[in-house]
Design a protein around this ligand. Structure first.
Ligand code: BGC
Length: 917
């Protein structure tokens, strides 16, 4: 068949004829899986009245779409299966939506658990029901549901000195068969919860970090199987945590720790009983002599109180607790992902440094703590210091921790082998220096426990370049290390705060790598409540930096997180509700920008962080890449206004859409007037200035090509990035968008400072804060600002996934409902294989080239479609699984576009191969 004939055949073959042709595979029925409510699997204790439900459909069939769904919600699993009238039956809804489907039945009350199931109708005629049982359970929705009192142990209110962690206990009797028991718990400070001698859950750092004086989370635990008939006891240890830590940033919401808890028991006979925090609780202190977020923990195992959280423990010598008057109106359910110990790693070696320290190398810069195994005489003191790097002499380097001590001290109780892990602190480290270990320390005595918010990993990434694979590894570890309940800047020095700018820059990369939907939802709520009256957004959320009359807020590119992150969430998860919820905050921020910019729409004169940590040099003919803060501020003012305009349009806020559209035009005109010459030259000749102008479409169409050419020229002359935090996330994107792929790849592949691969070449296992954290001669950058685990520059991840592999979100069908797959071979890569677990299931794009031949594997989840751009492809030469394109399932249509071919596909796996032109 000639080429012409085959194109002709392809175009003429009606799609209907293709449906149903199998590839000789046996047909397996579709499955409905991954049922989630508010992004969580079977959440217990939520306070969203109309939770959004989602599910995935799995099938090997091609081009499968859901044509209708029916959701049933019932009070019990039995009722769901039986004939009883459900609490809510959506009826058969003709819709392809399987994400963000809001429950619309009667509002559930506090503590209600409901079970749900979904049945789907598919385009191939199959009708399938979910087989998993799923549920959600409401928390305590009214303040009056809280019958417990806040209680406080006896404690020092002097937070300038370390103080022991209070332990609180109460024994109680369970007088019959329990059919249901729930504990509702929160604290001022952190808490660790034991029942009858065991920890109740694997959640760590509860109740999490929120803007405590406005929103305090509580947790709900199902104790039905853990209570026993007769005597029981509950024991809670409190830690200072973020609530009353000390340190240069003074995490400080109050001076005293407090606990609020109630256990509601339902007996088989229908009676109910509630055990609450009240004055009958007893308190003491024990082995934790000090535990602070920055400083570490001091633990004397000789002071352990054996059996303290069990019934029958003699607590006569313990003291009474005090009732305390703290509000309960600010209590909210926990909607984020719990923090857990996610993985354990063993040290790669133990060695002696030139300074004489015994040091274990974990082989990975990690966040969490070390689990210690030791046997020795009682009273032996062991000191564990934590460092991210070794200096050029091979000694542990601690100066970059600034005021954070990160020291864990353990005193042995003696006798049998002892195992110890700290409680209310975490460390950022790769190396641990251990003093006082009895006997010889070996790698078997230590385990690194990696701790972070438990987000589902959603990406796979591999290329033919091991350095780039290591870069991706470092990006992932940057995320692991800095997503500990809030998105932090760094996990080691005396900072560890929710810096808005860093979070904004990294959000699209974070979304690709892990399911961050619940994580950011929680954090954005804190952002909204911490927003200042003026509309300004604090530099860090929760805002622990502002002081009365001294707000620390309002930096362009940082505060714009208020608009950018909700928008990113909408793009990633199709989450419109977050836009609705955050809309007032987004609008207030843009109005603040408008106010500060004034009548000329140029936002000048205010304090901003600017293109933080951009390339600097001592060369006298080039002072460094300083991009004016006013230019950056005006560019972000435009960007946020643009996103707000688009949000208004989506939410049907027509007046706002119009108003912000007009505002956007004014800002663009102002930008042009102020910063751009008549010929399109930007006054501030930096990569960041050009990058922002192009990324945010601030230039008129006729100036864009020449501006891009100027940027590319600058990149070619430097041969490296000169950008800081602000320009770095976008520069490769702008270059490739305007066709300068070689320049983009050159930046990515550059192994010399400043570049992403310079740290990789120097053994980095995480992303560094600075391009040259450690210099080629082994010396370090300024210890005042030199973290080796800062995710911001990891924002290059987004470009790699969306451009090299080409997995793109279609803004008009977000949440990967319609996916653009636009791979781009280049940069010397022989192969690139990337996948992302979207809300609908796995999206994959993997290419391999041999000479001119390319093989591209694509996976598209059920209930989505994709438009695949085959680079340099003539349609007639494209084969699908070794056969001419037209004869396969799942292909919706195909056409040539310039030198590429564009194929629209339905769900399924596809292997395209052809010779590139
Ligand atoms: C943080 C940054 C942050 C910055 C503000 C630093 O101390 O570590 O990542 O964005 O302050 O410029």
């Amino acid at each position: 068949m000639s080429i012409k004939q085959s194109i002709f055949l392809f175009l003429l073959t009606p799609f209907v004829l293709l449906v149903g042709i199998t590839d000789g595979q046996t047909k397996v029925a579709a499955k409905v899986v991954e049922l989630k409510s508010e992004y969580l699997k079977n959440p217990v204790g939520i306070d969203v009245k109309r939770p959004r439900l989602s599910w995935q459909i799995v099938s090997s069939e091609h081009a499968l779409i859901q044509t209708a769904y029916q959701i049933k919600v019932a009070k019990s699993e039995a009722a769901l299966a039986g004939k009883e009238t459900p609490v809510w039956d959506s009826g058969k809804v003709a819709s392809s939506e399987s994400n963000q489907v809001a429950y619309s039945g009667p509002e559930q009350r506090s503590g209600d658990r409901v079970f749900w199931q979904v049945k789907v109708w598919l385009s191939n005629g199959e009708v399938v029901s979910s087989s998993e049982t799923s549920y959600w359970e409401m928390g305590l929705l009214q303040t009056s549901d809280w019958m417990a009192n806040w209680i406080e142990p006896e404690q020092s209110a002097d937070v300038s000195k370390p103080s022991p962690a209070p332990m609180l206990r109460r024994a109680f009797n369970v007088r019959g068969d329990v059919v249901r028991a729930r504990a509702y718990v929160t604290s001022r400070g952190l808490y660790e919860f034991q029942l009858n001698g065991n920890r109740v859950s694997d959640h760590l750092f509860t109740p999490g970090w929120t803007s405590y004086n406005k929103r305090l989370q509580y947790q709900v635990y199902d104790l039905t199987d853990q209570l026993k008939k007769g005597d029981n006891a509950v024991g809670i240890t409190l830690g200072d945590g973020w609530y009353r830590g000390i340190g240069y940033n003074n995490y400080r919401y109050g001076d005293r720790l407090a606990l609020l808890m109630q256990i509601k028991i339902t007996y088989r006979d229908g009676n109910e009983e509630t055990i609450v925090t009240d004055k009958d609780w007893r308190s003491s202190t024990g082995p934790i002599l000090m535990s602070k977020i920055y400083d570490g923990e001091t633990y004397d195992a000789r002071l352990e109180r054996k059996g303290w959280s069990e019934p029958g423990f003699a607590d006569a010598s313990w003291t009474n607790v005090r009732l305390a008057e703290y509000p309960k109106v600010d209590l909210v359910a926990s909607m984020g992902n719990p923090v857990r110990a996610i993985q354990e790693i063993k040290p790669v070696k133990v060695f002696k440094t030139p300074a004489g320290d015994t040091v274990a190398d974990m082989g990975q810069n990690m966040v969490g703590w070390v689990k210690l195994k030791v046997k020795g005489p009682a009273g032996t003191n062991i000191d564990i210091r934590h460092a991210e790097v070794l200096d050029k002499d091979g000694n542990v380097y601690l100066a970059n921790l600034r005021g954070a001590k990160q020291v864990v001290r353990y005193t042995l109780k003696g006798g049998e082998a002892e195992t110890y892990e700290p409680h209310f602190t975490f460390q950022g480290f790769r190396y641990v220096a251990i003093r006082g270990y009895p006997g010889e320390l070996t790698v078997d005595d230590l385990t690194g426990v990696v701790i972070h918010s438990d987000m589902q990993p959603t990406s796979e990434f591999e290329t033919s370049n091991p350095l780039i694979n290591q870069l991706q590894h470092n990006i992932i570890w940057g995320q692991k290390g800095n997503f500990l309940d809030v998105p932090t800047d760094c996990p080691q020095r005396d900072e560890r705060m929710g810096w808005t700018g860093d979070a904004q820059m990294f959000a699209p990369t974070a979304e690709f790598n892990m399911d961050v939907s619940a994580f950011y939802t929680k954090w954005l709520r804190d952002m909204a409540v911490d927003q200042l009256e003026s509309g300004s957004i604090p530099h860090v959320i929760p805002d622990i930096l502002s002081r009365p009359n001294r707000p620390q807020a309002g930096s362009a590119a940082w505060a714009d997180a208020a608009v950018v992150i909700p928008w990113t969430m909408y793009q990633s998860y199709g989450d419109k509700r977050i836009l609705e919820e955050q809309y007032p905050s987004m609008k207030k921020w843009v109005e603040y920008e408008r106010n500060r910019a004034g009548d000329d729409y140029v936002w000048d004169g205010d304090q901003h962080f600017g293109d933080w940590l951009a390339f600097a040099t001592n060369r006298s003919d080039y002072p460094g890449a300083t991009t004016g803060k006013d230019l950056i501020a005006t560019a972000f003012f435009a960007h946020s206004t643009d996103l707000l305009r688009r949000t208004a349009q989506l939410l049907g806020k027509t007046e706002d859409e119009k108003a912000y559209g007009e505002l956007l035009e004014k800002i663009k005109a102002a930008f042009l007037r102020e910063y751009v010459s008549g010929s399109g030259r930007i006054g501030e000749n930096t990569q960041t200035a050009y990058t922002l102008a192009l990324q945010f479409d601030l230039l008129p169409e006729n100036m864009r090509e020449s501006a891009a050419e100027r940027l590319a020229k600058d990149v070619r002359s430097f041969k490296h990035v000169t950008t800081g935090f602000v320009g770095t996330p976008y520069i490769c994107n702008v270059l490739s968008r305007y066709g300068y792929w070689d320049e983009a790849f050159m930046l990515l592949n550059n192994e010399k400072y400043p570049s992403w691969l310079y740290p990789v070449k120097n053994g980095a296992t995480t992303i560094w804060e600075r391009w040259d954290g450690q210099k080629p001669d082994g010396s370090f950058q300024d210890p005042g600002m030199n973290s080796f685990n800062h995710y911001a520059y990891g924002a290059i991840g987004e470009w790699m996934y969306r451009n090299m592999a080409g997995i793109k979100i279609d803004e008009s069908a977000p949440g990967y409902k319609h996916i653009l797959i636009e791979p781009h071979p280049g940069g010397g890569f022989r192969k690139v294989s990337v996948s992302h677990e979207s809300v609908y299931g796995k999206v994959r794009s993997a290419w391999e080239i041999t000479g001119n031949a390319i093989e591209l594997s694509v996976e598209v989840p059920v209930n989505t479609t994709a438009t695949v751009r085959l680079p340099k492809a003539k349609l007639a030469f494209v084969e699908l699984s070794g056969k001419p394109l037209s004869k396969q399932n799942g292909i919706l249509d195909a056409k040539e576009e310039g030198s590429n071919s564009v194929v629209r596909v339905g769900s399924g796996s596809y292997k395209f191969s052809y010779q590139m032109d």
